[in-house]
Design a protein around this ligand. Structure first.
Ligand SMILES: Cc1cc2nc3c(=O)[nH]c(=O)nc-3n(C[C@H](O)[C@H](O)[C@H](O)COP(=O)(O)OP(=O)(O)OC[C@H]3O[C@@H](n4cnc5c(N)ncnc54)[C@H](O)[C@@H]3O)c2cc1C
Length: 221
């Protein structure tokens, strides 16, 4: 459950001193070096900036002309409720169709998801997307036909051309560390990616080699 996970991570980080500013951040670039960010009119100076803006990363990096290639891959995912049915112990189902089913406590089943490359930042639930999700779900679990369609959510996976994440410092800008490009696996790899980004910020040797995920692979040679 991404929302529960996000809330838990924020609480844990705040206990360790995180100060959270909400708003659209933009980089402060002075003399060719990134000096911090401005968020909602407030300037926050920093020795290093970690850019983890998902599919919006190219927008944040625009002032640096960094050439990092990340594009949104839209995903539509549906939540069903089954009143009176305890779904707590239901398994995760990964049929060989690319879609999946998983259950949460509270009579809730989730089915998804579309993988729409080239859809851009289009937040709509589309007829085609909804049909795809329902078709796949009902093929595997026809009993869901009587469930309530509670909601369909839309998200944007940050996709790179080679499918690999982007973690490490930017070529020519050691003060800018990227942690992005996680595609369909961001929840899974986030703990490791976060630690690797932190190691890059404080100048520690990364605990795994970053060559294959380095942002420097986007630098024209
Ligand atoms: C339908 C669907 C199902 C998925 N299921 C799974 C799964 O089961 N397991 C898994 O591991 N992964 C899953 N993923 C993938 C996962 O959600 C992503 O890989 C992950 O969210 C990427 O995390 P992120 O923090 O890099 O980017 P995001 O989650 O996209 O977060 C980036 C954030 O940056 C913010 N932002 C952008 N620009 C700015 C700015 N200028 N200033 C301030 N903030 C800004 C955005 O608003 C956003 O909140 C799924 C994705 C989708 C769409």
């Amino acid at each position: 459950d991404g929302r529960v996970l996000r809330a838990a991570l924020l609480r844990a980080a705040q206990r360790r001193g995180l100060r959270r500013s909400s708003g659209r951040a933009r980089l402060v670039v002075e003399g060719g070096t990134v000096r911090g960010v401005v968020v909602d009119g407030e300037r926050i100076d920093a020795d290093a900036v970690v850019v983890s803006a998902g599919a919006w990363t190219p927008d944040v990096l625009a002032p640096l002309d960094a050439g990092v290639e990340i594009a949104p891959q839209r995903g539509q995912i549906s939540h069903f409720t089954l009143p009176g049915t305890d779904t707590t112990a239901w398994p995760v189902v990964l049929p060989p169709t690319g879609h999946y089913l998983l259950a949460f406590p509270g009579s809730r089943v989730v089915a998804g998801a579309t993988r729409e490359t080239g859809a851009g930042f289009d937040h709509r639930v589309t007829v085609e997307g909804q049909r795809e999700v329902l078709d796949h779900a009902l093929r595997v679990a026809p009993g869901l036909g009587t469930a309530t369609l509670a909601e369909t959510r839309v998200g944007f996976r940050p996709a790179t051309p080679d499918g690999a994440p982007v973690v490490g410092s930017l070529d020519g800008h050691p003060e800018v560390v990227l942690a992005t490009g996680f595609g369909a696996g961001g929840l899974t790899v986030a703990p490791l990616a976060g630690r690797l980004a932190a190691q890059a910020v404080v100048g520690e040797e990364p605990e795994v080699p970053l060559d294959e995920v380095s942002p420097q692979r986007f630098t024209p040679r």
